[in-house]
Design a protein around this ligand. Sequence first.
Ligand code: 5FA
Length: 210
Amino acid sequence: MAMGVGPLLLVFMLGLGLTPPTLAQDSPTYKQFLNQHYDPRPSGRNSKYCEKMMERRGPSDILMALQRTHPLLLLLLLTLLGLGLIQPSYGQHAMYQRFLRQHVDLQVTSGDDRYCNVMMQRRRMTIRQCKPFNTFIHEDIGNILNICNTSNIPCKNGRMNCHEGVVQVTDCRETGGSSVPNCRYRAKSSTRRIVIACEGNPEVPVHMDK
Ligand code: 5FA
């Protein structure tokens, strides 16, 4: 369901393309002018004629107002549709950003306890509570993305969007007795098999499963 900016642009351009002809062919201002000031076959030029015409042409102001707003409503509808289309893409992008923040560190190839204490705080995993366990992957982003291209395996929650790969990691496990804001961690660096969940088109990592 991932959609890029392309469909939004298409829908938006379609909206822009549809609106000008509507304005040109049925210009509300022009119609209003005709309605208020033009009568090719007047049935008289007395007060009765004026009364009749004012009554007949008056209420159409509401219609005119509706006609005037019609192109805007159309544009609004198309824009909302466009926003609806990019929403899933944006959500998935946010999950990918979250994955990068929590699980990817390309600066180092391994880390010690101090690394975990600093990184868990820096990557905002010790705000409301000390996240009990977290893995940092020290691998080129291309290699991590490639894991999403391997065959699907079941995730812990039963979904089939998980993939496995072997990468260099630092696992940070909270030591007993630490608490916010001084969360304390024990580090374990290794090259191990990880399982990640991927979503989107192209698929990107959104969750660390193991
Ligand atoms: N989530 C879980 N399984 C998913 C899947 N197969 N595909 C896409 N998303 C999936 O899940 C944490 C988050 O991951 C939730 O938002 C869930 O929708 C999504 P969890 O079941 O609470 O796992 P957990 O308790 O192991 O997660 P945390 O400890 O919060 O963090 P993790 O580092 O284990 O996982 P994370 O990378 O998602 O933060």
